[in-house]
Each structure stands twice: as C-alpha cells, then as structure tokens.
Design a protein around this ligand. Sequence first.
Ligand code: CP
Length: 354
Amino acid sequence: MDEKAHILTREKPDVQGDAHPKQLLRTILEDGDHLLPLEQQHILSADQFSPETLLQLFRLAAKYEANPDRFSTPLQGKILISAFYEPSTRTRLSFESAWHRLGGDIMSITDRSTTGIAKGESLSDVGEMFNNYADCVVLRDTRIESLNEMRSSLRIPIINAGNGLDEHPTQAMADIYTIFKWRPELINKDLEPEKRIKVGIIGVPDKMRTVRSLLKIFSTFKHAFAEVYLFNDENDACDKQVLQEFIDRGLNIIEGGTRFKELVPELDVVYINAIAWTGDDFQTFGKDFTLTPETPFKKGAIVLHPLARGEELSHELDQTGFNWYFSQARGAVFVRMALLTCLVHRKGRVLDVV
Ligand code: CP
C-alpha cells in the first residue's frame, strides 16, 4: 500500500507491527475447559495462571480482536467498579473500554478524595459496600497492601490493575499476548532450541511491577526464551535475591547491566520501562538508555513498552517496524475482554467461539 492510500483509508503503514490475531488462533487448540476455573476468581498475580488457561484466554482475546463487532453483549446487566487511586491512561480506559464493548455498565472512581477514604474509611469497608453495587472490581493503588485490604471483604472478583511496586498481571498478559501474535510458534512447548528468542528488558523487577509480572509470565512459558537479559543504570542494579527467584523458576536470566548497546544486535525483543511508583509519587529509571531508529536493533526485532512513554523511547520509532508497543496497548483491550468475560460467569455466552 502506498503512502497516499494510507491517508485515504486511514490504515496504519505496513511498517508498524500488528500481526493479525487469526495467525494466533490457528496455533491454539480449541478447548475452553481451562477457562471454567476463572469464574469468580480474584486476579492478584501473574503467578496464578497455568499456560493452558493463558492460552485459552488468548484464544478468546484473539477471537474478540478478529471479530470486534460480533460479541457485544455477554456482560449485559453486569456492573464494573473501576477504582483507580493512582493515575492511569491505558489500564483504566482499556478495562472500561473492554467492559463497554461487552455490553456492561461501569461506575468509575478516579480520585480517592471523592470517597469515604478521605474521611478515614478503610478499604475493607469500601470493599464491603462494593459487594452491593457491582459484579467485579478493578483496583489500582499506590500501595502494595491495598489489594488485600479490599479483597478481605469482597465477595465479587477483584482484578489487580497495579498495586504499588508489586504486580500488574493483566499488563503482563497483554505483553505475552503481543509476543505470541508476533511469533505464534513460541506457544509450542516442543519449540526447537534454535527458535527460542532472546529478550532484553531495560528495567528492574524489584522496583517495577510491569517487569516483575512480565518475568512471572515468562517463567510460565520458559520454553520460549533462550536468554532474558536485564539491563539497568549503573546505580540501579537489580536485587540479587529477586533475580535468583526468577532463575529458580527456570528462566535463563543474565545480568546485562549497562551493556545494552553491545548486546542489542542479538535481541529479538526489547522491552523498556522507565517508571516505578514509589508511594504516592513515581521515580524514573534507565536514564542511560534511549531507543531511537539509530539503535542497532536485530533485523525483525520488536520493541515493547508498557507506556507511559518518557525520553527513553523516541517518537521516531513509531513509524518503524520495531514499533509493537502500540499493538501491545491495543491488544490489552481484547485480553481484558476475555478475562472479564470469564470472571463474571458469562463465558457460556461466547462458548461457541472459545
Ligand atoms: N501500562 C500501564 O499501566 O499504563 P497506565 O499507567 O496508563 O495504566
């Protein structure tokens, strides 16, 4: 397609990565049984999913993505409380978009000072009230403990949309969904060793919830990864105990330190994140790293970024084939649609497509 046609059709240029989800669909076996245990489950950590459950969720997500207009009402009559006590663009709006696309209704809280929390009400009491109002809660909070405080009184499922430095499980699900759309053969447990990929992560798992949850999800599909490099600024080395935790899970983690430029020509996937929430504020890491079109990427490599973007990711990469971060953000809507459908007893309404 030439440049003019892009303008006329408003389609994205071919250079931007966005594999069609049907390629992924062809790779995952049809069997929805692994989704049944998700009904009414709290989603707290990337740890709690088996590979089979994740793949079936991705199959449903890919169905939603391939046919966005076909399934519009499985959540009709259901209410979501979207409680975001920390700023968010993507997570809140993509969860809300997902729920709307499935025909449900939403009550949204974007500022804790507008609720009883400002008067000293506990999250446990807020959760007790939520039971009366909705069918599911999505919570983001600056504190790690908030998730369990609210969960303690909930009888409806809660989804962790980022709890301080701890975890962001649905982000990690969207991340690996993107990687599988890019290379569907990575799903195969019997993948030939030479087809395993090398990933470089610029970020620190002990300070960044996206990186921690991503490594947990990677360990669920460890057969797909030959090497996982972790890069960081000189002053922000990863906590050795945390690294050991992921090595013990079977990931071949290598401390790349500051050697990103030397190693990037070998990397199939570059994942970069720069922000870590610390209490009520955020800290920026990775000042020594900036990805630009001049970065010596491997041919065919992709760049992922959970966003929000800072100076570490040049806008000039947006129009290149390395840009899979927009596809990653887009895919998160469909992954969340799949998860929400399964949590609130409505999988049966889309059973024929699972
Ligand atoms: N990926 C992510 O968590 O982005 P938001 O902070 O905008 O939700």
